[in-house]
Design a protein around this ligand. Structure first.
Ligand code: SF4
Length: 302
């Protein structure tokens, strides 16, 4: 069991870096959102409502105003407040860090430069993307040499279903192959199974990618009562835990899925077997007060 974090001693006011709360906190102790909007256009995304944007406007992303200038200032403050290597910063929750705009002339390169800024302050980076092949093919060398946890969201095996739900994201085969490349390149890899819309496919993703994934983070579907009620979450959890155990895979079950664990499951399996490498650093002494543009749930994760 991980040790509980001591209470932070000071507050560091930041403009871009913030401390996620609620379920998002299960992904990373710190996060930053570089873009306003996202080109992945996931049908289940509710970041637009959190950011009070129309879906149309959210689908026409842009860089956040002066984002790199503010990020550099935040990173400097974070470093000055204590051990900067203590907590990774996740890129991103309310947008995909490798959405097409990242590679567009003019605006692009935000994520690349953000990683450089954080790395220069010895702040580890935790990536979460649905476009990992683009990330590796365009920025692979930098990712290989930076202190990066490379996270991929994938919960489908049928690319027709993926196309319907995540039309601007990469195909399921590209995402799986990117994980294979990342593993071969010795990157620390993790896979986010969330949202789970087709449980049998999510189980298939575990089977398919286990050789290349260091840690699985397994969640469920939220904010869609109709579809949620059609899924037997206890059964999905049981199957996932049995397979993860059979494969010898490290995992973390998110709180909202773990709430469906009955006594049989709790007596058989632990909630987590992972320790994300960057979680092992000593706890810092500064609390981060971000700018409020943060999700209420990790389901706005990329
Ligand atoms: S769920 Fe994530 S990747 Fe998909 S549109 Fe929303 S922010 Fe982008």
């Amino acid at each position: 069991m991980p040790k509980p974090e001591p209470k932070p001693k000071t507050t560091t006011k930041m403009k871009i870096i913030y401390e996620p709360s609620g379920p998002a906190r299960e992904y990373s102790p710190l996060a930053a959102n570089l873009f306003r909007g996202c080109g992945c256009r996931c049908e289940y995304c509710y970041a637009p409502s959190v950011l009070r944007m129309s879906r149309q406007a959210f689908g026409r992303p842009d860089a956040r105003s002066d984002v790199l200038k503010h990020l550099a200032a935040d990173a400097k403050k974070l470093a000055a407040a204590g051990d900067p290597s203590a907590r990774p910063v996740l890129l991103c929750f309310t947008c995909d860090p490798y959405q097409p705009l990242e590679f567009a002339p003019g605006v692009g390169g935000l994520t690349r430069r953000a990683i450089e800024i954080l790395e220069n302050r010895q702040i580890p980076v935790r990536i979460l993307t649905k476009r990992p092949m683009s990330a590796l093919m365009r920025d692979g060398l930098m990712l290989q040499y930076a202190d990066v946890d490379f996270g991929v969201t994938l919960s489908f095996t049928d690319d027709a279903d993926r196309q319907a739900a995540e039309p601007g994201a990469e195909s399921v085969s590209d995402r799986a192959q990117a994980l294979q490349f990342a593993h071969q390149w010795k990157l620390s890899t993790w896979l986010s199974l969330e949202p789970v819309i087709a449980p049998a496919q999510a189980i298939g993703v575990i089977q398919w990618t286990a050789d290349w994934v260091d840690v699985f983070k397994v969640g469920k579907l939220n904010h869609d009562k109709a579809r949620e009620s059609e899924i037997d979450w206890r059964e999905f959890l049981f199957q996932a835990l049995r397979l993860l155990t059979d494969l010898g895979a490290k995992y973390y079950i998110k709180d909202d899925l773990w709430s469906h664990a009955d006594r049989e499951i709790r007596d058989t399996w632990p909630k987590r077997t992972d320790q994300h490498p960057t979680d092992e650093h000593p706890t810092p002494n500064a609390q981060v007060n971000g700018d409020g543009e943060k999700p209420q749930s990790a389901e706005q994760e990329a």
